[in-house]
Design a protein around this ligand. Structure first.
Ligand code: NAD
Length: 502
């Protein structure tokens, strides 16, 4: 990467940091105004966004872009604006008995400049929702979208240039080399969405400057259908999650665990539901292309290798041989019974192919999930019974969807993120605001203060006080830490409360 481009990025960061230090944290009205400007600009550019994304992908449904990206962004901005004052309010915390005349509270202040790195699969919303969160928390931001969606990046650049100066929000364009340089900048927080492979590199680069990171990564998200629960409704919802954006969704079901008695019914209903959803097969107006030739080759390679290894490969829906091909489309496909070591059971699929395995007991399904890296999402279809309770209690995933797929992401008040290889930290909800804020604990000394009397030279007062506080428990009584009185931080009504002056 050229030194000039690298120093340009460093200069942008320096300018944003300088502006942050000079103007300080914006108040709630200023933050709200920025979010409003962003909201208006998104709606003004709605058509350009849809056109650019479709061109970047080869083809993507206009409705899908509106629903999965534009609506998601608007809903997030509205949620942040509605909750801004609550999120920004100082939070009173518990004060232990010896310090009671004082007050303890947490104030959430902006971290400063947030770096945002985005992937190509939802190139608009995965750039703009982190930006909206950063602005709500009072920060400035530098954005690095994916090089695979250049037309979308151009629209984002034009849109943001109309409403923000570059010392508030700036966009940096480029591929992996620029990404590597970007992730090494001394941001106040780095928010990365992308693959687990690159996430590792990003975290390593950030660690040089001890930059805190949020990593929104990927992985293999399972869908588990309870014995006897394969029906039209459950399968239609799995088809929705798997084939929206042609499976290029971080939380798309990657593989399905189906009870062995239900396998044939699942395959035939999946075929029927795909036909109903995409009547024109892969050339349907609502069916997306694969973003690049490299990804297309990777996906067809996964299927070919599984077929060679003896898995059953079933192309479902309207038959592809009679469909006139649109660029880089892959027919919805089921791969049944691929071996554990096959690439399709090891790699995140990230395309319109669903791997299917059978299980005999819920314990076997739990063991299968727990024998693999912790997923970003886990989906459970079936009644509210002991099997569901077991699946929820015995597995750990970023999030869970019950009797549906993808929709947990649209719940603005829920934290969204992975765990371990599927991610670190979360956004959406108050968690997003807090991840981009510094929660500063503040203690204000009251007029009267017991510790003032507990200083050297120690004497009889100290002895008596310590004897009272550190009394040994009476026999039969549970020991209780005198300083650890419970009930902190809850039920505090911030209205009218002021941090006391000394
Ligand atoms: P990616 O990791 O290849 O790229 C993400 C970003 O990192 C891009 O901006 C890219 O330019 C940059 N980058 C690439 N190589 C880099 C390097 N060596 N150093 C620094 N930066 C580099 O991911 P992708 O292919 O764009 O997106 C698909 C992946 O993202 C999938 O794994 C998917 O599951 C995941 N994803 C996760 C979420 C989530 O919210 N958890 C959402 C969408 C996608």
């Amino acid at each position: 990467m050229h030194d000039a481009a690298s120093s340009e990025m460093a200069t942008l960061l320096e300018r944003q940091r300088h502006a942050f230090l000079r103007y300080g944290a914006p108040n709630s009205a200023e933050r709200s105004a920025k979010l409003s400007r962003l909201r208006t600009a998104v709606l003004v550019h709605r058509k350009d966004i849809r056109t650019a994304i479709s061109a970047d992908f080869g083809h993507r449904s206009q409705h899908e872009t509106d629903i999965m990206e534009v609506m998601g962004v608007i809903q997030s901005i509205d949620y942040l604006r509605r909750n801004l004052k609550r999120f920004m309010t100082s939070e009173r915390r518990h004060v232990a008995l010896p310090f009671r005349a004082g007050r303890a509270y947490v104030e959430y202040q902006p971290k400063g400049v947030i770096g945002v790195m985005a992937p190509w699969n939802y190139p608009f919303s995965l750039t703009i929702i982190p930006l909206a969160t950063a602005l709500a928390a009072g920060n400035r931001a530098m954005l690095k979208p994916s090089e695979l969606t250049p037309r979308t990046s151009e629209v984002i650049q034009d849109m943001l240039a109309d409403i923000f100066s570059t010392d508030e929000v700036a966009l940096v364009l480029g591929g992996p080399e620029v990404g590597a340089e970007f992730s090494g900048l001394p941001f106040d927080h780095l928010f990365f969405t992308g693959s687990t492979r690159v996430g590792r590199k990003v975290m390593k680069a950030a660690s040089n400057n001890l930059v805190p990171v949020t990593l929104e990564l990927g992985g293999k998200s399972p869908v588990i259908v309870a014995h006897g629960s394969v029906d039209e409704r459950s399968v239609a919802r799995i088809v929705f999650g798997k084939l929206s954006n042609a499976g290029q969704t971080c939380v798309a079901p990657d593989y399905a665990l189906i009870h062995e008695d239900d396998l044939d019914r699942f395959v035939s209903l999946y075929d029927a539901m795909v036909t109903q959803t995409y009547p024109g097969g892969p050339t349907s107006r609502d069916y997306s292309s694969i973003v690049s030739a490299r990804h297309y080759d990777r996906l067809t390679g996964l299927v070919d290798a599984a077929r060679q290894d003896g898995a059953r490969v079933i192309e479902v829906g309207y038959k592809p041989e009679t469909a006139s091909g649109r660029c880089r489309t892959i027919a919805p496909t089921l791969v049944v019974g691929a071996g554990d070591d096959s690439a399709i059971m090891q790699e995140e699929i990230f395309g319109p192919i669903l791997a299917v395995r059978t299980y005999r007991s819920i314990d076997e399904a739990v063991d299968y999930v727990n024998g693999r890296p912790r997923p970003l999402a886990l989906y459970v279809f079936g009644p509210d019974d002991a099997d569901r309770a077991k699946l929820l209690a015995s597995t750990t995933s970023g999030n869970v969807g019950i009797n549906n797929t993808l929709l947990h992401v649209a719940q603005d008040d829920l934290p969204f993120g992975g765990i371990g290889p599927s991610g670190m930290g979360a956004y959406h909800g108050i968690e997003g605001f807090r991840s981009m804020s510094h929660g500063k604990g503040i203690f204000v000394q009251g007029r009267w203060n017991l510790p003032d009397l507990l200083r050297a030279p120690f004497g009889r007062f100290a002895d008596a006080t310590l004897a009272a506080i550190l009394r040994p428990p009476r026999s039969g009584q549970q020991s209780q830490a005198a300083f650890g009185v419970s009930g902190c931080g809850t039920g505090f009504d911030p209205k009218g409360w002021r941090a006391p002056q000394e």
